[in-house]
Design a protein around this ligand. Structure first.
Ligand SMILES: [Zn+2]
Length: 382
């Protein structure tokens, strides 16, 4: 690269601490964890009461779980200066709300990483907690808080929606079965190439009834404006969309198309090294062994592996194109008609059968490997 230019290594920028108003002053790295010692980038020695300048009277520390770097949970050890006014005796400490909300255990970068890991990368809360190096409930609370701030607190978020995507997501493994949520995403900016897709809502369950109830709660004028519903082929979602949004076109979610392509690539022997698959993972991905719930735990033995949370860089990069409806071949967009065997069952089991069948079809289409399930060949042309 003859024209490449390099700056000096800068931990503050690399770890995105500048976005939090922090500056890195030290680091302690181990194989399992990274601790970055930080201070606020700008001192604040001015008295809140009288405006006089004061001098620092030492620091206190605040620990914040940050987004992971280099497959290591990354903790910020923020040293916060304390002040006592020489003039009036007023006491205060530096304001760290730019780095994290009051009493939060995660930095704002960590909270955003957690939410994106859940919604975009389909990690479970357990894996997000492992990536952050925090307890399950800490990660769960952070995701809910970030979702609340980004979603519920923005009443105008539905205004310009024309293209929505709907998908299920595994929220939590439990002894009595796994808990799922239905995730609804605004794909309008992605289609119009004006920005990335946005998370619109998350609702408990993954059934036709859940999605239909969500649609029903919106005014007719809003539903009439919806032009496209992108989904992963689950019969229940498709039926709900057909009944509640008769004017919208149902399409195969490009996210799933790309993900399936990534799955097919991943199954090729040449793209899958035998050892240390997590070493190929993307930056910020936690080590596999950190998870208390390995991703295969909920899979039946006779099923092909579901998309693993750890994916090779190539697959992950491809998935970054999610939401770009322009990537879809024009003649492959429409969802298949419901097959007779699936029409009566609109729960997650039918969906799982569809999930099971799809990678094989895609692998065949992409010359990845011969596979079974000829009946599915007409369902998706890619
Ligand atoms: Zn003062």
């Amino acid at each position: 690269m003859p024209n490449a230019t390099f700056d000096s290594p800068d931990l503050t920028t690399f770890a995105r601490l500048d976005e939090l108003g922090l500056v890195a002053v030290g680091q302690r790295l181990s194989a399992e964890r990274a601790v970055l010692e930080c201070r606020l980038a700008e001192e604040d020695p001015w008295c809140r009461a009288c405006g006089a300048r004061s001098t620092s009277r030492g620091t206190i520390t605040r620990r914040l779980a940050h987004q992971p770097f280099g497959h290591r949970p990354t903790t910020l050890l923020v040293r916060i200066r304390r002040y006592r006014c020489d003039h009036c005796g007023n006491r205060w400490r530096e304001d760290t709300t730019a780095a994290a909300p009051e009493r939060a255990k995660l930095s704002r970068g960590g909270m955003r990483w957690a939410l994106e890991a859940l919604v975009i990368d389909h990690l479970t809360i357990a894996r997000i907690a492992a990536g952050l190096g925090v307890a399950w409930h800490t990660a769960n609370d952070a995701v809910l808080a970030e979702g609340q701030q980004l979603l519920i607190d923005d009443p105008a978020r539905f205004d310009a929606v024309r293209v929505i995507g709907v998908d299920e997501h595994l929220w939590r493994h439990t002894r009595r079965g796994d808990k799922y949520v239905t995730v609804i995403i605004d794909l309008t900016p992605a289609r119009d190439k004006t920005g990335p897709a946005r998370l619109l809502d998350m609702i408990p369950g993954r059934s036709k009834a859940a999605f239909k109830a969500w649609l029903k709660a919106h005014p007719k004028a809003w539903k009439d404006r919806i032009e496209v519903v992108a989904m992963d082929g689950f019969t229940g979602y498709k039926t709900a969309a057909g009944e509640a949004l008769p004017g919208a076109v149902a399409v195969m979610d490009p996210f799933h198309v790309v993900r399936l392509a990534g799955d097919a690539l991943e199954r090729l022997p040449t793209t899958r090294p035998a050892a240390a698959p997590q070493a190929q993972g993307p930056q910020g991905r936690p080590p596999l062994q950190d998870s208390p719930h390995p991703p295969h735990r909920h899979q039946a033995a006779d099923r092909p592996p579901m998309p693993a949370p750890q994916q090779p860089v190539r697959a992950r990069e491809a998935r970054c194109g999610r939401g770009d409806l322009g990537d879809l071949p024009g003649d492959g967009r429409r969802l298949p008609r419901t097959r007779p065997g699936e029409s009566q069952s609109e729960d997650g089991e039918a969906h799982h059968r569809a999930e099971q069948a799809r990678p094989g079809r895609l692998a065949r289409a992409g010359q990845a490997r011969p596979n079974t399930d000829e009946t599915g060949s007409s369902q998706m042309r890619v």
